[in-house]
Design a protein around this ligand. Structure first.
Ligand code: FAD
Length: 290
């Protein structure tokens, strides 16, 4: 498979997700072009080798079990082109680089997303957002490779999306690129705001521990963190997984947590919040199964 890009074998997946959990994967492949990604998908399908697309691993709960297939990462597909207020970026670019490239050209409309880890592709899948800005806000279209390797471009009007969800979530489609509108603004002011936002994150989120961001979506009635805290669940620990003291909607890998610890903790939180607050929490993170 070396002809398609960089191939690693027997890879410890703990290094490839922000929870620091998971087993080993037989292969981890980073295709070096769209054409090679397409050829790789066709090859894996023809050989009956299962595959899973991983971005920055900052929104997933990977299984403890080893994966006998191939993890595909798009880190070599990270090009970005900006031309007259139109931005075309490949999905493997990190969200931080995407925001920085836009700022370099005077576009401030995605500055609020600085601080969200992961890739542009992962951000599109979950319609990531912060401080009242979401990645779909100025999105024009998404280029998608289906599980057979066919590539199509979809305009935003034809894509279903909502708060922290899109129709791509849970599907075996690969987002390869996206087009956006850039909106110019005061870059110095935007950078000042980014600094403030990052300080706020540092103060309110348990960034000193491995975690994967907000565990649950915020229900309409109150924030998930508020509901979990007022159910008395802060510091609740199962195995090595713990509800953060700093922010109750974060589960931290406190002490060599397993995927199973985290999922059990999620189950208990959901049950207790439903019982005491009469609110059904909906998971924002993605439980992956091989
Ligand atoms: C400290 C911290 C803070 C966070 N803050 C925020 C926040 O403020 N707002 C927010 O919205 N999120 C936040 N998150 C969650 C997370 O960073 C985002 O959801 C991020 O956009 C996920 O991107 P990723 O590349 O890491 O995706 P991954 O976790 O790698 O993948 C998520 C899902 O998308 C799929 N996927 C990834 N790339 C592609 C692709 N190219 N094509 C098809 N499918 C793909 C994967 O298969 C998986 O199902 C935070 C996480 C952490 C750890």
């Amino acid at each position: 498979m070396n002809e398609y890009g960089k191939v690693l074998e027997d890879v410890d997946l703990k290094k490839y997700n922000t929870y620091g959990i998971g087993g080993h994967a037989k292969y981890l492949i980073s295709p070096d072009s769209l054409k090679h990604l397409q050829a790789l998908i066709k090859y894996l399908n023809s050989e009956n080798i299962s595959w899973y697309l991983l971005g920055g691993g900052s929104n997933v709960i990977l299984p403890d079990a080893d994966f006998a297939g191939a993890i595909i990462k798009l880190d070599q597909l990270n090009d970005i082109k900006i031309n007259k207020d139109t931005i075309i970026a490949e999905a493997g670019i990190t969200l931080a680089n995407f925001v920085n490239c836009l700022l370099d050209e005077g576009y401030t409309n995605y500055a609020a997303l600085m601080g969200i880890p992961g890739t542009l592709g992962g951000a599109i899948v979950g319609n990531a957002g912060a401080y009242n800005v979401a990645i779909f806000d100025n999105l024009i279209s998404v280029t998608v490779m289906d599980e057979l390797g066919n590539v199509n471009e979809y305009n935003k009007e034809n894509i279903q999306y909502d708060y922290r969800m899109t129709e791509f979530k849970g599907r075996r489609n690969i987002i390869v690129a996206a087009k956006f509108e850039g909106i110019k603004g005061d870059v110095a002011k935007a950078c000042e705001q980014i600094k403030e936002n990052l300080q706020k994150r540092q103060k309110t989120q348990p960034l000193e521990y491995k975690n994967a961001g907000s565990v649950f979506k915020n229900p309409a009635v109150a924030s998930a963190g508020y509901l979990i805290e007022h159910t008395g669940l802060k510091n609740l620990t199962i195995g090595g997984a713990k509800v953060s003291e700093k922010h109750a909607n974060f589960i931290i890998n406190y002490n060599n947590a397993t995927s199973r610890d985290i999922i059990e903790l999620i189950t208990v939180i959901k049950k207790e919040v439903q019982k005491k607050q009469k609110v059904k929490l909906e998971l924002e993170q993605i439980i992956v199964t091989w």
